[in-house]
Design a protein around this ligand. Structure first.
Ligand code: ADP
Length: 227
């Protein structure tokens, strides 16, 4: 479980999140809301990329404030833009990067990389230059580089952005099949129709929280009212 308790945050004195408390226990959770409402800041707190000014985030009891590196092992983060996530020159090196940082034995790293490449039909791409992959392949690589670290939770930041239709289908199919708990920031309401829960963030507060259909309707009403 991820417990968010009394979290508030500001950037340079400008409030961005205001007293947010949520217990995240469902397997599929969406975070929706307008641009600038604070969704990404909240999501980044789940793996310690942002530490709140006030309040606490606990992941399976581990404090994101005190133990960021352990929390980052528990919670993977798939960035919106693969260029912000792909750090190594080749596909194989990029997949292995996080595992080296975890100080896993070499044989274990090789075994995990081989298995990941084979499972996703990428064995022939092992030595490919990561920056020369197509946009869809790069997106897949970013997900695999997170999965290979075997997190319990995965945060997706607008995963469908700038993907073509075929890649969206493939990627959302992959997301559906994940055993992990996933938390997805998105504007794609089709994607979250089957989710267990949606949370609407508005001006840094939780404006609605419940079944995706109800929360999306609340969001649309808010926009219709000019909010
Ligand atoms: P959303 O994901 O809902 O679009 P964000 O959490 O990205 O919202 O941003 C909320 C507000 O915080 C925005 O006004 C944004 O400009 C600001 N913000 C986000 N990150 C930073 C940062 N690192 N420094 C300063 N301001 C930031």
């Amino acid at each position: 479980m991820i417990e968010i308790s009394g979290v508030s945050h500001d950037f340079d004195g400008r409030p961005v999140l205001r007293d947010i408390s949520l217990n995240l226990v469902e397997r599929r959770i969406a975070i929706i809301g307008a641009n600038g409402s604070g969704k990404t800041t909240l999501a980044r707190m789940l793996n310690g990329l942002v530490v709140p000014r006030r309040g606490e985030v606990l992941v399976d009891g581990v404090s994101a404030r005190k133990n960021g590196s352990e929390v980052r092992r528990l919670v993977g983060y798939v960035f919106q833009n693969p260029e912000h996530q792909i750090v190594m020159p080749t596909v194989e090196e990029d997949l292995a990067f996080g595992l080296h940082n975890m100080n896993l034995p070499k044989a274990e790293i090789t075994a995990r990389v081989d298995a990941m490449l084979a499972a996703h039909g990428l064995a022939a791409r092992r030595d490919s230059a990561a920056h020369l992959l197509s946009g869809g392949e790069q997106k897949l690589l970013t997900l695999l580089s997170v999965l290979i670290m075997e997190p319990r939770y995965i945060v997706f930041d607008e995963p469908m952005n700038s993907l073509d239709l075929a890649t969206r289908r493939r990627f959302s199919g992959l997301m559906d099949g994940l055993a992990q708990t996933i938390i997805t920031i998105t504007h794609d309401f089709d994607l979250i129709a089957g989710y267990d829960r949606a949370i609407l963030i508005h001006a840094g507060r939780v404006e609605a929280d419940g079944a995706p259909g109800d929360v999306v309707r609340r969001y649309i009403a808010l926009v219709d009212a000019g909010g």
